[in-house]
Design a protein around this ligand. Sequence first.
Ligand code: 3PG
Ligand code: MG
Length: 396
Amino acid sequence: MKTIDSLGDLTGKKVLVRSDLNVPLDGTTITDDGRVRASVPTIQKLLGAGAAVIVTAHLGRPKGAPEDKYSLAPAAARLAELLGQPVTLAEDLVGESANAVTAALEPGQVAMLENVRFDARETSKVDEERQALAAELAAFADVFVSDGFGVVHRKQASVYDVAQILPAAAGTLVEKEVVSLSKAVTDPARPYAVVLGGSKVSDKLGVIANLLTKADRLLIGGGMVFTFLAAKGYEVGSSLLEQDQIDTVKGYLATAEANGVEIVLPTDIVAADRFAADADAVVVAADAIPADRMGLDIGPDSAALFASKIADAKTIVWNGPMGVFEMEAFANGTKAVAQAMIDSEGFSVVGGGDSAAAVRLLGFDEAGFGHISTGGGASLELLEGKVLPGLAVLEG
Ligand code: 3PG
Ligand code: MG
């Protein structure tokens, strides 16, 4: 993979940097700034090398046209605070404002273009459309640095196509992510335990199928666990359930058994009478969830069981919360997994936007983990063993 050093002397050059600034917002307030913080080292490195930096990024999934609620303004303001210098946000992506702002940019200065997904060509399936936008973006700069690890699985203009127009290299975040995740994925120290959570099995089918040939232990929690419990023939009440995935999950259980992969399911569940922070909640056996209750977290016995399966693992990868951790009453399973990963001497990797946010929101020290990924889908696709288009274009 080409790195920034391969771009040669950057003094006086304009560098287009693709960052992933797709942060969770409450109105215009950033609720977790992890991705903005993660974008800083590359930008600083480029500024230190005498370059001018033009940041391009997306926020959310606008439908190819400007929408105020998806403006990058909060991310630009936070980045300016972290860098300790102004970040000029253009009012558009490749229009009059972007032209003026990038033309006026001096070495040592930082500008940001508005949400790249305000232009429908960014995510177009038509190569020529993406290439046309990529050419307009490329015209602002001399070189391109790909640092938005969270989007390297997307074949999009600002990720994939622009790297084929300008001299391109991976930023330090992409480099670090790939090194750390590869360590877990390619030749993991064993036992290799993977903890999977989050709401849907259907989001993780490819990953599970791949892990059934690679991992030693698969610990399942979160909303997706109820489809596993249903596949075992248990009643899951009004819990989240993907009826159409039950057969697939039965297949996974059979494959795991055949491959000697241990699937660890919760033995108890925190079952609530409704989806609310102050719901009435009781701990029930995983095979006895009352018909009128929904599981919102794994129970205390399960949390201890999961912790014990993490404790002696040499590689632990975690993707997806164990319960509705945003609500105090249903955060214990997620906390137990995070704490067990910190306590374990194995190499621990937190993958996924939600689990990384959970770690920070619940107040854990990020330094206690081997690596916390900024990528959700991207880290999952690496775990799945896929070739990611945004990384393929950075090969030398
Ligand atoms: C993410 O949030 O996982 C990345 O920013 C990619 O966003 P996307 O899933 O909308 O492409
Ligand atoms: Mg996503």
